[in-house]
Write a protein that binds this ligand. Structure first.
Ligand code: SF4
Length: 419
């Protein structure tokens, strides 16, 4: 796909680090295989995904060992806002992870910053987007306190980001892809107010995605639909951020890291998005991020399950941001289904055993994604049950199968099928 490559490595800076979410060890392994430079993970406590697949303390150690063996970095998110009564618990939790060799800890609460700085001297500290940092004075204040990197607020315009980067004395990280909050960089009380679950403690119930009605105050049980589309009105529901086509502009100003949102996402989603952004950064490094490549990679992103995309606040002409919620489609778009992944029993059978992740039939056309390779289109002609050797025409979800012609694919290969 890499047309129009000028074969000219950028002499003046390296491309940003690609920082990818990993909700569990399996996803972390796929992120590593598909080109992440760093992953960010959550432990059991004090991160903003307390209902996600968080890692236990032993799992964190295993994750760090694995990632380092693949030469990628691991950042632990401890970015919840903590109350006075939680300080001792926070100290105990930091004590339990202080021997783990993380490459950085991500923090938003100054109290947690103080605890980690004292208990883990020398540890790199990254400031979370939750801290809503939107100017270089704030960046430099955190830098003076010992922060190594600041993930800036997602509400910045591109011009502001350029100035902020120029005037900042520490590394700058920018979210480029994934779900957005309708509130200011996640500082939101909507979830707590309507469901009792505090988004600032990692318990968001995604209240902004709920369906809302109009009600006149004297008619409390009469709910009037306000139809945005045939499913109703989702007035707070933001589109998903996608800055892929502007990645070269972001790299141009020397941003140190770009980040993808989604610690609740599957390995399939994380692998696909990582693959796309890795390709884009590699093109930028070679001076060849042409319109053709942008179009090709946007088409690949469109194969993931996502809401309508927006470039967020960064490239809007005004700050009203009507585009963020003015959606034709506020639900998820899914054009492809996750069809299968390689099962670890493959070594026992001495050929690739696939776990069907949805129904797979003889005659299906599949996309085969493999790390470091171009995607392959493949027609299924023969399916065999891995345990009995029986030929079948339909494999259902979770069946272990061998697909003729795919007996030797990569252990991190993923199969997807058009809807
Ligand atoms: S309810 Fe919506 S806006 Fe509020 S924190 Fe959760 S995702 Fe963000």
């Amino acid at each position: 796909m890499e047309k129009n490559i000028k074969n000219q490595e950028r002499p003046y800076y390296k491309v940003p680090e690609l920082c990818v979410p990993a909700g569990n060890l399996r996803t972390l392994k796929y992120a590593a295989a598909y080109g992440a430079d760093a992953v960010y993970v959550g432990g059991g406590q004090y991160n903003l995904r307390s209902f996600g697949n968080n890692f236990t303390v032993p799992e964190l150690k295993e994750a760090v060992n694995y990632a380092h063996s693949k030469k990628i970095k691991v950042y632990l998110a401890l970015n919840a806002i903590i109350g006075e009564s939680e300080l001792n618990g926070a100290r105990e939790y930091v004590e339990s992870i202080r021997e783990t060799d993380f490459d950085a800890i991500i923090i938003s609460d100054p109290g947690m910053f103080g605890i980690v700085k004292k208990m883990m001297p020398g540890m790199r500290l990254h400031i979370s987007t939750q801290a809503s940092i939107s100017n270089s004075m704030a960046v430099n204040l955190w830098s003076g306190l010992g922060a190594s990197r600041v993930n800036v607020a997602r509400e910045l315009a591109y011009g502001e980001l350029c100035l902020l980067k120029k005037n900042s004395k520490t590394e700058i990280e920018v979210f480029v892809h994934g779900a957005l909050c309708i509130s200011y960089s996640g500082r939101c009380m909507l979830s707590k107010y309507l469901s009792g679950r505090d988004a600032n403690k990692g318990q968001c119930s995604h209240t902004c995605r709920w369906k809302y009605y109009l009600m006149e105050e004297k008619r409390p049980n009469m709910f009037l639909p306000a139809d945005m589309d045939k499913r109703g009105t989702y007035i707070y529901n933001s589109r998903d951020l996608c800055l892929l086509e502007k990645l070269d502009l972001i790299a141009d100003i020397g941003v140190d890291a770009v980040k993808i949102e989604g610690r609740m996402k599957t390995e399939n989603y994380v692998a696909q998005v990582t693959w796309v952004y890795r390709k884009a950064l590699d093109c930028i490094k070679k001076g060849g991020f042409s319109d053709y490549n942008k179009k090709f990679l946007m088409a690949e992103l469109d194969k993931t399950t996502h809401r309508s995309f927006t470039e967020g606040f960064m490239f809007l002409n005004d700050r009203q941001a009507p585009e963020l919620t003015d959606n034709d489609n506020v639900g998820y778009t899914r054009k492809y289904r996750f069809a299968g992944s390689v099962n670890s029993l493959s070594s026992k059978y001495n050929k690739t055993v696939i776990t069907a992740r949805n129904q797979v039939k003889v005659g299906d056309m599949l996309d085969v994604l493999q790390p470091g390779k171009e995607n392959l289109e493949f027609r299924v002609l023969k399916i065999t049950r891995a345990d009995t050797g029986e030929n079948i025409t339909v494999a259902n979800t979770n069946e272990l199968i061998i697909i003729n012609g795919l007996e030797n694919i990569d252990e991190f290969a993923l199969l997807r099928k058009k809807e």
